[in-house]
Design a protein. Structure first.
Length: 101
């Protein structure tokens, strides 16, 4: 998990107005309405660990949001594993798809 946190740039997944705050371990808004956030790193670490993400495994994520959690999990499972992520908000899904490409 530590390797993923160091290697996956959180600033890539936040709004451009929040890049300066991306290193702070706090949720940041993903939309103007305040309905979606990118979780702080301390919140994501236990979730990825509880999912037993490890090299070669496959997993699913609900509420893709920015795609940051999927990027962390993907980094951990590597090219021999896979991560499937679901987002119901079309705008967030399109943004995450672009960022994860």
């Amino acid at each position: 998990m530590l390797s993923a946190l160091l290697d996956v740039p959180r600033e890539r997944f936040v709004r451009s107005t929040d890049v300066a705050e991306s290193t702070i371990d706090t949720p940041l808004l993903l939309d103007e309405e305040g309905l979606a956030t990118i979780s702080g790193t301390a919140r994501l670490s236990p979730l990825v660990s509880c999912a037993r993400a490890e090299t070669g495994r496959s997993g699913a994520e609900l509420e893709t949001g920015s795609g940051y959690g999927a990027a962390l999990a993907s980094h951990i499972v590597g090219s021999s594993g896979s991560v499937f992520s679901i987002e119901i908000d079309p705008k967030l899904a399109a943004r995450a798809t672009r960022l994860l490409s």
